[in-house]
Design a binder for this molecule. Sequence first.
Ligand code: AKG
Length: 226
Amino acid sequence: MTIALPHAARGLTVGYMGANQRFTLENYLCGMSSPSAILPYDGEALLYPDWCTAGESQRYFEELMQTSEWQNDEVVMFGKRLTMSRKTAWYGLHPFIYTYSHVERTALPFTPVLEELRIKCEEITGHSYNSALLNLYHHGMEGMGKHSDDEDSIVPQSAIASLSFGAERPFTFQHKTTLEKIKIALPDGSLLLMKDLCQQRWWHELPKTKKVSGPRINITFRLMKT
Ligand SMILES: O=C(O)CCC(=O)C(=O)O
């Protein structure tokens, strides 16, 4: 939903979550719930459970399915290139190189729907993003292993906005030294904002599960070094 507010009211802060995360008048008027803080220490992760409606999420899902250049994910293991069933797509404002499991990909220019979502994420979270990694999980038996997004190519401690469309999936954080585990669910139409020390101190994982049969698209908007 888009709310047209007079210029003076745009971006007006109605509350704070976490250290300095603003909750704006637009967020409040859209009926968006205020975000909940997930991590107890060492970085911040905020979950906005319903930043868009079920109808909007379905429209985004369908448009992303049709307009994204999906490729089977590939990893190099023991010197062999393996093709995974999960599909990915990589976009950026510049042709950024993204290296994942020794496989290099060059970012494609943003599609209109991705640009719309990038701007929305910037407005909601108050952070900048210049790239987007898309993942398509056909069912619950496709997931993503424990990792953190702290590669050299990413601006250190920059925010990552992660959008979920489709089947709700469990998601875990694990602290890199205390090994404390935190389990949450990522609902359809949610936004998970990971920031500050989150990537340096915590791993995250999308575990495989037999309990989920439907597909899900995830987009992580990131800030790459230019
Ligand atoms: O699908 C998800 O929610 C996880 C995605 C993720 O961890 C990543 O793209 O680095």
